[in-house]
Ligand binder design. Structure first.
Ligand SMILES: [Zn+2]
Ligand SMILES: [Zn+2]
Length: 283
């Protein structure tokens, strides 16, 4: 980001990228499988120039700069029609496969929509088709009404433990005001509030575990208007709703395990939310 003096947040190409930006996707039907070259962009977003500070030690202003950097890089990469999805994620802590200790996030632009996102997009589209409402707006409205699974709230943003939590203390963060694209802030949106809530939530979770995955789910790239995607995303602005999913990694060998996307979670989200609410969010 352009700043006077020392840099604050920086994006670099990953030194050992999963994807490369050059070339043509070369998608061709190959029997049952689509063979695709590993085209894409894989970047590291360094969150602070200070090697010893962790994400949860950053100020709200610094966290907001990181969020703004996510938005800038996503918007930039979405200008390339070859990229169908831009994922932002953060692996924090030794059990999350963190690659090196300096605080960072990663960004991957891919020529396909990752499978888990695709499932979610399809479910949201079907819900919208039946009810003409956004499923995530519906979920959050219900959570706010019931209060049991809400962890915290700052301005328009809410943190809650989702009803079907896959792991203990799974927490989602999203705005109450509907918006399908994280990178395109809606009028009146205040990312400082989001930064504050994210910091508070992660400092709570830190009291449960030092390792987590954080993934931003935002709308796919709708730049491609021909072929398969032309009507596929026709209702995307109404049916999808961006959110962060935070998946803490807790060593409870016998209590939590996953087999092929079927999750058994021994901690009820209501209990997790209750405990998190009672914890000190810091600052
Ligand atoms: Zn919504
Ligand atoms: Zn999601």
């Amino acid at each position: 980001m352009p700043q006077q003096g020392q840099w604050q947040v920086r994006a670099y190409p990953h030194f050992r990228p999963l994807y490369h930006i050059e070339g043509d996707p070369g998608r061709s039907a190959d029997g049952l499988f689509d063979r695709m070259a590993a085209i894409g962009a894989h970047e590291i977003i360094v969150e602070t120039p200070n090697h010893s500070r962790t994400f949860t030690q950053l100020t709200d202003e610094e966290i907001q700069r990181v969020l703004d950097a996510y938005a800038l890089r996503i918007s930039d990469l979405k200008r390339d029609a070859r990229f169908k999805y831009v994922a932002v994620f953060k692996n924090q802590g030794p059990q999350a496969g963190e690659e090196w200790p300096h605080s960072h996030s990663q960004l991957a632009a891919t020529t396909f929509v990752p499978r888990r996102i695709l499932y979610e997009l399809r479910a949201a589209r079907e819900w919208y088709r039946d009810r003409e409402r956004c499923v995530l707006c519906d979920i959050l409205r219900q959570e706010i009404r019931q209060k049991q699974r809400i962890v915290d709230n700052v301005g328009d943003y809410y943190a809650f433990c989702p009803y079907a939590s896959r792991v203990p203390y799974e927490t989602w963060i999203m705005p109450k005001t509907h918006n399908h694209q994280f990178e395109a802030a809606s009028p009146g949106e205040n990312r400082r509030h989001l930064a504050t809530l994210l910091g508070r939530t992660l400092r709570r979770l830190l009291q449960v575990t030092n390792s987590y995955h954080m993934v931003l789910h935002t709308a796919p790239n709708t730049l491609q208007t021909k072929g398969e995607l032309s009507d596929y995303w026709a209702t995307i602005a109404g049916d999808y709703h961006w959110h962060f999913e935070i998946l803490p990694i807790i060593e409870t060998r016998s209590k939590s395990y996953s087999i092929k996307e079927v999750y058994f979670n021994g901690t009820l989200p209501e209990q997790a939310a209750e405990k998190l609410r009672q914890m000190d969010p810091g600052k």
